[in-house]
Design a protein around this ligand. Structure first.
Ligand SMILES: *Cc1c(COP(=O)(O)O)cnc(C)c1O
Length: 379
């Protein structure tokens, strides 16, 4: 028995969060788009090279803004993987859009770019590329298919801050990109997110949609002398306390990534023998991708019962979890979405995947213990 429980996730605080929250409090500016929000926007724009970054109260909100910005209408089809978080699909369904699921790649568990073209119909409007585990989709191919068929591309880069594809930041490659700062991600603000507006033509409307459908952002910049209702929108912006917290995290984003990568590498080395024995497969990161160690997962061999492994880990105090119940098999997915082709890889891999604890501060000693327990469990 281990004396200590090992949580699956442990939100990492950099130490400056309360300091900056106190500063925001002193500034007396608590609504959205104050000094800390502006700093966060500038940081995201500089890091990613996007035309415009906008903080939102979640990645879900940034995805909903994307569906509004792309004018998704009832019956419009959006191609995406079924192996993703609910919000990827739900954001479009809210506008009457119909997610069309295609299968994922066996190596990265990202959308299989070679299957996209066959799923395109006259109703197709967009492709959503979800960068699972902070490992990039094959963006060159996806962008090329989109261009040929005049489709928009949204990157769900919820897990992808500080990851790169051929040197370009994830989230900055499609027309729009979304990040999450939920406490389970690498860089956090409890709840939080951002929209990257990479197509400069969408910049002004993105600001309007985020500010309740008004041109208040232009008014604050002094570009107009009053603001009015311009378009449909909602309130998608976080208050300054959240931005102040997030700023403390942005300042340490490089260090957080480096530390997570060290833990990721440690698991990867320690699990090599189990992979060689054929009882599990480790993650595969293509050459084109520099990842951010958002997640360490293993894919158990088909003959291994995942529930038993998770239960054995739990008995030893190790909290490990599985990941996505594919959306096409969920009650809402059955009701609102379509499937193109069989989703053989999605179904098979989602049933055998387990995520191991990974957080800043996880020691190599604990990791070795986790590997040892996993090793006993699968043998
Ligand atoms: C976490 C996550 C989201 C949702 O992010 P929130 O900030 O919690 O709304 C969406 N998509 C993916 C792929 C995610 O991992």
């Amino acid at each position: 028995m281990m004396s200590q429980k090992v949580p699956f996730n442990w939100p990492h605080m950099t130490g400056k969060e309360l300091h900056y929250i106190a500063e925001a409090h002193l500034n007396g500016s608590l609504a959205g788009d104050g000094p800390f929000t502006k700093r966060c926007h500038a940081w995201l724009e500089q890091k990613s090279g996007t035309a415009k970054a906008l903080l939102t109260h979640s990645c879900t909100a940034a995805l909903e803004m994307s569906a509004l910005l792309l004018d998704i209408k009832p019956g419009d089809e959006i191609i995406m993987p079924s192996y993703t978080f609910v919000s990827t699909a739900n954001a479009f369904v809210l506008r009457g859009g119909v997610p069309v699921f295609v299968d994922i790649r066996n190596d990265t568990l990202n959308i299989d770019e070679t299957l996209i073209e066959a799923a395109i119909t006259p109703r197709t409007r967009a492709i959503v590329a979800v960068h699972y585990a902070g490992v990039s989709c094959e963006m060159d191919t996806i962008m090329e298919v989109a261009k040929r068929h005049h489709l928009r591309v949204v990157e769900d880069a919820a897990q992808g801050l500080m990851s790169y594809y051929k040197g370009r930041a994830l989230g900055s490659i499609g027309d729009l990109g979304t990040y999450s700062f939920h406490e389970t991600k690498n860089v956090i603000s409890g709840e939080g997110g951002a929209l990257l507006v990479n197509d400069p033509d969408l910049k002004l409307r993105a600001e309007i949609i985020r500010e309740k459908g008004t041109d208040r952002s232009r008014f604050f910049r002094g570009e107009i002398d009053k603001y009015t209702w311009q378009d449909i929108g909602s309130s998608f912006l976080p208050g300054e306390l959240i931005a102040a917290f997030l700023w403390a995290q942005f300042e340490e984003a490089e260090r957080i990534t480096t530390q997570r990568l060290a833990s990721w590498q440690h698991y990867h080395g320690q699990l090599e023998t189990l992979e060689a024995k054929g009882v599990l497969r480790r993650p595969i990161v293509p050459e084109s991708c520099q990842h951010n160690a958002h997640m360490y997962y293993v894919l158990l061999a088909p003959e291994i019962n995942r529930q038993e492994i998770l239960a054995k880990l739990k008995q030893q105090g190790i909290l490990s979890v599985f990941h996505y119940i594919p959306l096409h098999s969920s009650p809402a997915g059955l009701k609102y979405c379509k499937t193109h082709g069989d989703l053989e890889v999605t179904v098979r891999q989602s049933e055998q995947l387990i995520r191991l604890p990974l957080w800043v501060g996880l020691t190599t000693m604990l990791q070795d213990k986790i590997v040892e327990v996993l090793c006993d469990a699968v043998n």
